[in-house]
Design a protein around this ligand. Structure first.
Ligand code: EPZ
Length: 430
């Protein structure tokens, strides 16, 4: 198993190109199931989660061609995928695959909508809480799906096809919004989704569905009105930049000091997180090329933050912010309101000397003068990258084990950081 070794204490200076968003690329790939025509996706990041989803989609019959790189283009410019689901040959998504990545459960909606039947394993994914799927199922039932749970599988049928419905989610869910939105695109009539998640990745999927011929009102708001079609067309769509990767590198610069332009990043996608960073004493400004983040000297200011659905502070940046605050000049408070068990980085950060106390959903972080490098273990995707940030701040060498978690969601992490002066390398186990 690969490890990442970091010797901390170096500031970051330069430019980091931001990749396409993992959490938009995954549902966009799944949208290919909705049409027999070709869906072309540009700026697809090269990530383990993308590769796993491609295997699942191929199993359903999706044909994939990837554009070759031309001379002069680099990995971080993303790849162009051409996906064609002319015939869906299998409507089962097996446990062996779905249990490894939660987003693959989102094939359920499109499969029922197009094929009138689906059998999809209950999901797995990062171990950050119980993560039920009741909202997905109630939404799809409202659209007319008959659903049973059999031996760990969701078995769904809609012999007469799906129909539009009024769905008012009792809780905001990114995944349930994706699943129902994708299904509603091929449902007969109008679907109204209220209390929809407003994450930019949902807007990106909705924009792609519009290109495929679906009429959608309210994109970017919590009320989506979708006019389903009985057949969708192909389209060409570019995956939006990854706001979580952007926020992660912004926190890394705040942590080490330095001056970095996050190329291609969109500040409107993370207004709240950038405001939080500013409160810590970091300068953030929008430039023609992206977002410039700089901090030169001065203490990191302690702050209080709660995670919230978009446009609030994202749970996917909570661990990274905590790593930064371990060196603040005072005590910070972080409340995690989205997932009940998303604090697995705490004990690993403590191995570097961080002073963090947990009380239920709240972490109290008292800044320390120094972190000291140590061997640590990556536990989930965002927790793992918080250890990278802590390692960049620590004196001495930090070795992060189980880095396959990082490979699920960060493209060329070591290369992007080392080009800006970080002392970071991957040690392959051969
Ligand atoms: C998406 O997960 C993201 N995954 C997560 O990112 C992200 O942390 C999360 O949204 C919140 O922003 C992808 O986009 C692939 P939810 P998802 O449904 O859709 C509860 C990462 O690191 N809930 O919005 O699974 C749930 O338990 C990943 O990239 C129900 O109660 O999250 C949680 O408390 C990790 N019933 C809350 O809603 C349901 O049916 C929000 O979860 C569904 C969810």
């Amino acid at each position: 198993m690969d490890r990442i070794q970091i010797t901390g204490g170096k500031p970051l200076n330069g430019t980091i190109p931001i990749s396409g968003a993992k959490n938009a690329a995954l549902p966009l790939l799944i949208a290919s199931l909705l049409t027999a025509d070709r869906l072309t996706l540009k700026n697809v990041p090269n990530l383990a989660d993308v590769n796993l989803l491609v295997r699942i989609l191929r199993n359903h019959g999706v044909d994939l061609a990837v554009d070759g790189k031309r001379t002069g283009t680099t990995m971080h410019l993303g790849e162009t995928f051409h996906l064609t689901a002319r015939d869906i040959v299998d409507t089962t998504a097996p446990y062996e695959m779905v249990s490894r990545m939660r987003a693959s459960f989102w094939v359920l909606g499109p499969l029922i909508a197009r094929m009138r039947q689906a059998k999809v394993s209950l999901p797995g994914g990062c171990a950050i809480g119980t993560r039920p799927v009741d909202l997905h199922l109630s939404g799809l039932k409202a659209l007319g799906a008959e659903i049973d749970i059999e031996a760990g599988y969701v078995v769904a049928k809609a012999p007469k096809g799906l129909h539009g419905a009024h769905i008012d989610f009792p809780k905001v869910s990114v995944g349930a919004t994706h699943n129902v939105l994708l299904a509603a695109a091929l449902a007969k009539g109008e679907t109204l989704i209220e209390n929809a998640a407003r994450e930019p990745e949902i807007g990106d999927v909705a924009e792609c569905l519009v290109k495929m011929g679906v009429k959608i009102e309210g994109i970017g708001t919590s009320t989506l009105r979708i006019q389903g079609r009985d057949r969708l067309e192909g389209a060409v769509h570019t995956v939006l930049p990854d706001r979580i990767e952007t926020g992660t590198f912004a926190m890394a610069v705040a942590a080490t000091g330095g001056d970095v332009v996050l190329e291609g990043a969109k500040s409107a996608h993370l207004t709240n997180a950038l405001a939080v960073l500013t409160q810590t004493g970091t300068s953030v400004e929008e430039t023609a090329h992206g977002i410039r983040v700089h901090r030169n000297g001065g203490a990191i200011q302690p702050i209080s933050v709660e995670t919230e659905p978009f446009p609030g502070f994202p749970t996917d940046l909570q661990a990274q912010l905590m790593a930064l605050l371990t060196r603040a000049g005072g005590t910070s408070v972080i409340r995690e309101t989205i997932f009940e068990n998303r604090f697995m980085h705490v004990q690993e950060l403590a191995r570097l000397g961080a002073d963090i106390h947990l009380h239920g959903d709240t972490a109290t972080v008292t800044g320390v003068k120094v972190l000291t490098g140590a061997p640590v273990m990556a536990t989930d995707l965002r927790a793992s990258v918080s250890l990278v940030i802590a390692g960049l701040m620590a004196e001495g060498t930090t070795t992060i084990n189980r880095v396959y978690h990082l490979d699920r969601g960060f493209e060329q992490l070591e290369q992007k950081l080392s080009r800006c002066g970080a002392d970071i390398e991957r040690i392959s186990s051969g």
